[in-house]
Ligand binder design. Structure first.
Ligand code: NAD
Length: 316
């Protein structure tokens, strides 16, 4: 029997829904409590409705279930965040402070807090962006993540709270739909390909961004949280890389399976966000400290995405 009792905040989302399944498999369904603003009709398992801007409801849930680890995934993402910057700041920071405060005051052992490649801006090199590259994010989302990382380190140094974090690249998976980020196109494109529809891409065809396949992103999360405390040398957030590619490259990969797949390019405001982000990431600190190694390259990801989506849509 595991003594670990997990609360996931933002469990309905693209990452949260898949991470919930993985954590249940690892720790047992009885030890995992999912939460979000509402419960999905088809959700099976323990679930609490939590608006993470409300500290009391988080506290009550942590007490009720004797929670030892919190995975705090709730956030307003990069593209959606630009629609209402002050509200994005308010939600992203308030939920984070609430989680950190409850965690430290209740003796929660570990907290997972995802950051993002959106923390980098104009003054970071865009190729092999290093762990310690300058952070001058251009979106409110990136600003909130850069601040959040520093608060993570502060809570570790000041209170000994064991917060662990990775800067996820764009996450690509078949299990769930993305939640309003700048890399969403790389999920949507596979759905269109499998359905035999034309895809309209909101980025330029040569805009290279760092991405990661869902399986790798989840495994990174579990491996980081499993690592011995003394191995975790970066207390802000670890750079994490999967594979980098442009829309043109993902299209070429898809056309190996669907040669007639049609795409048009209609860049919008998300192209401006992407243009300031890294193209490739140096994740050597994660590789060194907790043995991180991605498994999926672009073609492996394409093959799995198409196979799984064909099953989901029941098409040949
Ligand atoms: N998906 C990516 O490509 C990516 C990349 C980098 C970082 N991240 C980070 O990973 C985390 C999860 O991302 P995701 O893609 O699953 O996001 P998502 O938008 O799909 O899911 C976020 C979830 O948080 C919930 N939420 C929003 N406000 C809330 C509140 N006040 N209280 C409780 N729940 C609330 C939403 O209902 C949603 O289910 C986020 O912190 C995000 O910044 C994601």
């Amino acid at each position: 029997m595991s003594d670990t009792r997990i609360l996931i905040i933002g469990a309905n989302g693209q990452l949260g829904s898949v991470l919930t399944v993985a954590l249940k498999e690892k720790f047992g369904a009885d030890n995992v409590i999912a939460s979000d603003l509402f419960k999905k009709d088809d959700f099976e398992g323990q679930f609490e409705i939590i608006d993470a801007t409300d500290i009391e409801v988080i506290q009550k849930t942590v007490d009720q279930y004797n929670i030892t680890q919190i995975y705090h995934l709730a956030a307003i993402l990069s593209a959606n965040g630009e629609k209402n910057p002050l509200r994005t700041w308010e939600i992203n920071m308030k939920t984070l402070f609430n989680v950190f405060e409850v965690a430290r005051l209740s003796g929660v052992e570990k907290v997972f807090y995802p950051s993002s490649i959106a923390v980098f801006g104009d003054n970071a090199p865009q190729d092999e962006t290093s762990q310690t590259a300058y952070l001058d994010p251009a979106t409110v989302y990136g600003i909130s993540k850069a601040a959040g990382e520093n608060w993570a380190q502060y809570y570790y140094m000041r209170y000994g709270l064991d917060v662990r974090s990775v800067r996820y690249p764009g996450v690509i998976g078949y299990q769930s739909l993305p939640g309003g980020g700048t890399t969403d196109y790389a999920v949507d494109i596979y759905h269109k390909a499998v359905l035999g529809e034309e895809f309209s891409c909101f980025l330029n065809e040569d805009e290279v961004l760092p991405m990661i396949f869902m399986e790798d992103a989840i495994r990174a999360t579990l491996e980081l949280m499993d690592a011995p405390k003394e191995a975790i040398k970066v207390r802000t957030s670890y750079n994490l890389a999967g594979t980098s590619f442009s829309p043109a490259e993902i299209v070429a990969s898809i056309r190996k399976i669907y040669p007639d797949f049609k795409v048009k390019y209609e860049p919008d405001f998300r192209q401006d966000i992407a243009a300031k982000w890294p193209r490739t990431i140096d994740d050597s600190a994660a590789r060194q400290d907790w043995n991180w190694k991605p498994e999926y390259d672009l073609d492996a990801m394409t093959a799995t995405m198409i196979e799984k989506l064909k099953e989901q849509y029941n098409v040949q």
